[in-house]
Design a protein around this ligand. Structure first.
Ligand SMILES: Cc1cc2nc3c(=O)[nH]c(=O)nc-3n(C[C@H](O)[C@H](O)[C@H](O)COP(=O)(O)OP(=O)(O)OC[C@H]3O[C@@H](n4cnc5c(N)ncnc54)[C@H](O)[C@@H]3O)c2cc1C
Length: 566
């Protein structure tokens, strides 16, 4: 079933739900009014429907491979990438001085959503570059910016991020790649990185690696890590990719899904690198890239949820089995329940991601700390809930297809295989939840309380028109507030044990709020019916989740490894 860009959903969420008009009301984004945004999204949607979506299956059946040390990407990917780059879709939010269009992150988020639905394995490539551009814009020297940014923004060159090593996964501080200072001010980078996404390709002139490494006298842990830009080909002064650097792709991983995206083991043998940011400031610089990438990865979950929902809906409207008024399985209550869950959760996850994007844009445009704190608070929720939703919705998509879901030809299984990794990379979802209850609560819960004030205030005004739905949302927000207060007052170990259910409970409440906003804007339409479904059937999950969140760590940690083996 062909992919259809959900332009109406974007329009509705931006205008009715997440307050995009605040963004276009700022001086910085004054030219990005809704009319412009809709025109941009229509154009991007066309490319996704017509060029990228037909490539998705190629990526699965004809995986990227290494032949005599050279990368071979799936059939059609080079042409697909060309369409992305020539359309200017690699980096529409990059600053105009870097050659970008300076459009808001909210617009990039919608474009990434569509590209991810159409062909996730290929979309992962520009997503890496987007993060690299942002890290360089914030932390690189003027010389590096001038040399690299124009090439990255046009997509002539591609970016990667190199953190992981065999002994340093979630614990990035354990990494041991070395950086030796050279006399000319550059560094010699030596070490091995694993799982490097799009570590090479056969369609861009150059590949630019951002590599975390340690200087010889660096302190142990994350404070001793610095960030280096290490190009595959060292550019000359005019920006032409010159001699090959001392690095190579050693091998590719064989994966559950995402076959079109090469996941590489990279070897650096004294490769020349340029420092980005300060010595010892690597994690700070890399966090710029990771926060961008976390929104991007959360949106990958939304993208697959969208694609899986569209495919399942089309199948359910054709498949005849049992008796229903419609004549097809969509008439069965359980199938309708699955499809409604898929659509309602896709909406909730997309609205959360776009609310984060709006907060990023407002933070940039106004410099206000409250917006920046809102963006930071929503980052782990977008990432974990977006990707968990992608997995759950793709799984339900298989179920709606019955036996055909298990057969590869329908594509339902590919969605599930491809999206599974999104809960693992960019910080596992467990690590995201710990970030939410740890670092993001270092303000004593202030950013969370401000958001809850907003939700409760809206629910109170909505009570007159939609008393039942608004009351449920208000009560859910209140119980999230109580749980947040309890968590802020407890030991970190107890918080961590309840972190995952807390994050999911938080996302459930946000979903209820955003559905209520959509329903209030269109009280008679499908949005209101979907909101009622979400608030009556899915929102109540928050109650059990928040009980778990408050339960402390005893019941978890008293279980011994022997108990588990029994
Ligand atoms: C397809 C793919 C692409 C990738 N792309 C990139 C890339 O481009 N660049 C890059 O640098 N890396 C990349 N990665 C690596 C990815 O980011 C790591 O796999 C991920 O961060 C987890 O690290 P790990 O695999 O070592 O798992 P581990 O850290 O060993 O984690 C195993 C389990 O333990 C849990 N855990 C670990 N530490 C803690 C803790 N302190 N508290 C609670 N639970 C904990 C984890 O949540 C997880 O459930 C990629 C991975 C894959 C599979």
């Amino acid at each position: 079933m062909p992919y259809r860009a959900p332009l109406e959903d974007f329009r509705r969420i931006l205008t009715d739900v997440v307050g995009y008009e605040q963004v276009s009301g700022t001086d910085l984004y004054a030219e990005a009014g809704m009319e412009t945004v809709e025109a941009v999204l229509t154009e991007a949607g066309k490319m996704c429907e017509e060029v990228l979506a037909p490539l998705n299956r190629n990526g699965d059946l004809d995986p990227a491979r290494l032949e005599n040390g050279r990368m071979r990407t799936p059939r059609g990917f080079a042409e697909g990438y060309k369409a992305i780059a020539e359309g200017g879709w690699v980096a529409i939010s990059a600053a105009p001085e870097s050659g970008g269009m300076g459009l808001p992150m909210a617009v990039t988020t919608c474009v990434n959503d569509m590209m991810g639905s159409a062909c996730l394995a290929l979309q992962l490539n520009p997503l890496m570059t987007q993060g690299q551009i942002e890290a360089l814009e914030h932390h690189a020297s003027d010389e590096l910016k001038a040399l690299y940014l124009p090439k990255l923004v046009t997509g002539e060159w591609q970016g990667t991020m190199n953190l992981t090593e065999p002994q340093a996964g979630s614990d990035v501080g354990a990494l041991s790649t070395r950086a030796e200072p050279l006399e000319d001010g550059t560094y010699a980078i030596t070490g091995q990185k694993i799982y490097i996404t799009w570590g090479d390709n056969d369609f861009t002139e150059n590949v630019c690696h951002l590599v975390l490494a340690r200087l010889p006298d660096a302190v142990p842990g994350t404070k001793g890590i610095s960030l280096f830009l290490v190009p595959r080909n060292i550019p000359d002064a005019d920006g032409n990719p010159g001699v090959a650097n001392d690095l190579k792709v050693v091998s590719l991983e064989h994966k559950l899904g995402m076959h079109g995206s090469p996941t590489c083991v990279m070897q650096y043998d004294g490769a020349r690198g340029w420092l980005v940011g300060k010595e010892g400031g690597g994690m700070r610089a890399m966090f710029t890239m990771m926060n961008n990438a976390r929104l991007g990865v959360g949106v990958q979950g939304v993208a697959i949820a969208e694609a899986a929902t569209q495919a399942a809906l089309a199948y359910a409207q054709e498949r005849r089995q049992g008796r229903t008024p419609e004549g097809t399985i969509i008439g069965h209550a359980d199938v309708r329940r699955m499809l409604a869950t898929m659509r309602a959760d896709t909406f909730a996850a997309r609205a959360i991601a776009l609310a984060q994007a709006v907060a990023i844009d407002m933070g940039r445009a106004t410099g206000e700390a409250d917006w920046q704190a809102r963006a930071a608070l929503l980052t782990p929720i977008t990432k974990a809930f977006g990707t968990d939703t992608g997995i759950a919705v793709a799984d339900m998509g298989v179920q709606v297809h019955g036996g055909m879901g298990y057969i590869e030809e329908t594509g339902a299984a590919q969605f599930l295989r491809d999206v599974r990794v999104t809960a693992i990379y960019e910080g596992t979802n467990g690590i995201q939840a710990m970030d939410l209850v740890g670092r993001k609560m270092m303000d004593g819960g202030e950013a969370a309380y401000r958001l809850l004030d907003e939700i409760e205030g809206f629910a109170e005004t909505a009570r007159g028109q939609m008393p039942e739905l608004a009351t449920r949302v208000w009560e859910a927000a209140e119980s999230l507030r109580e749980t947040t207060e309890a968590l802020v007052a407890t030991e970190v170990a107890d918080r961590f044990a309840g972190a995952v259910p807390y994050l999911r409970g938080f996302a459930r409440v946000l979903g209820g709020y955003f559905h209520l906003r959509a329903a209030m804007a269109q009280p008679e339409g499908g949005a209101a019916r979907l909101a009622r479904f979400y608030i009556e059937r899915l929102l109540p999950e928050h109650t059990g989740l928040l009980v778990q969140a408050r339960a402390g760590s005893d019941a978890v940690m008293q279980i011994t490894a022997d108990d588990l083996a029994a």
